[in-house]
Design a protein around this ligand. Structure first.
Ligand code: NAD
Ligand code: RM4
Length: 253
């Protein structure tokens, strides 16, 4: 019960890592506020799981790429739950595409959702925490891709490096308010974001072979790390990043 009495906000919580994070936080006693976009069915499933755990959940639809979504989400969550203690910026897309002919719309949308969206949401949550005056925790779901490249991800990897950098700067800007800021860097986690990419058996086998722990990640592998960073166990951890990748990053030879 690491998050008893805490209110945790999560973007992109209708499936994948966002959903697993919502469930794990609820399992640890948190009340949750969930942002979702265009995936009502997924959101209903997440809500049903939280209800089974007997925890409070509020949901707010909104595209994180729109700055107004941040204000609507954070104010609705604060009003319904009575405050914001932890904010997890998770919503993201990765439309795999070869670099040389990536359409400008694909680049701009990926930046808008993954980086601009994270910025608007994080800033709005931080303002609410400063107003409350009791500190807080910001966590960005960055990626191993903040540190290494991908030939089909040149529009994506800079956004993941960007949110990691955002947490580093926020750690400095918000330390005086008692707000800790960290990023989590998942490796390759089997979710809808890479279902098509990993449908190629050769690609999947290649990725699995590179992971010392011998398997792709599951969303709950990432969620456990988020709970730790959100909890008081991590009370002196800020400006840090944690790889959750089964050892993929260090596996040179
Ligand atoms: P996913 O596709 O299963 O989930 C993404 C979630 O974000 C969904 O709920 C989706 O509805 C939501 N979303 C998408 N666009 C949105 C928008 N504009 N506004 C609000 N919500 C939106 O993928 P996932 O693997 O769970 O990805 C979650 C995060 O984890 C992403 O930021 C991704 O970059 C990061 N990540 C994933 C992996 C991986 O291997 N799966 C690895 C590293 C980092
Ligand atoms: C991650 C990493 C994974 C990929 C997902 C979509 O950041 O690059 O390998 O499957 O993104």
């Amino acid at each position: 019960m690491l998050l008893e009495g805490k209110n945790v906000l999560i973007t992109g919580a209708s499936r994948g890592i966002g959903r697993a994070t919502a469930i794990e936080c609820a399992r640890h006693g948190a009340a949750v506020a969930l942002n979702w976009f265009k995936d009502r069915e997924g959101m209903e499933e997440t809500l049903a799981e939280i209800a089974r755990l007997g925890r409070r959940a509020v949901e707010v639809e909104g595209d994180v790429a729109c700055p107004e979504s941040a204000e609507r989400f954070v104010s609705a969550a604060a009003a319904a739950l009575g405050g914001v203690d932890v904010f997890v910026s998770n919503a993201g897309i990765c439309p795999f595409h070869a670099f040389l002919d990536t359409p400008i719309e694909v680049f701009e949308r990926t930046m808008a959702v993954n980086l601009h969206g994270a910025y608007y949401m994080t800033q709005t949550a931080a303002r609410q925490m400063r107003l409350q005056g009791t500190g807080g925790v910001l966590i960005a779901i960055s990626s191993i891709s903040a540190l290494v490249g991908g030939g089909m991800q040149a529009h994506y990897t800079p956004t993941k490096a960007g949110v990691h950098s955002l947490m580093q700067s926020c750690a400095i800007a918000l330390g005086p308010y008692g707000i800790r800021c960290n990023s989590v860097m998942p490796g390759t986690i089997a979710t809808d974001i890479n279902r098509e990419d990993l449908a190629d058996p050769a690609k999947r086998a290649y990725m699995e072979k590179r992971i010392p722990l011998g398997r792709l990640g599951e969303p709950r592998d990432v969620a456990g790390c988020v709970v730790f960073l959100a909890s008081d166990l991590a009370r002196y951890v800020t400006g840090a990043s944690v790889l959750v990748d089964g050892g993929l990053f260090v596996n040179l030879q």
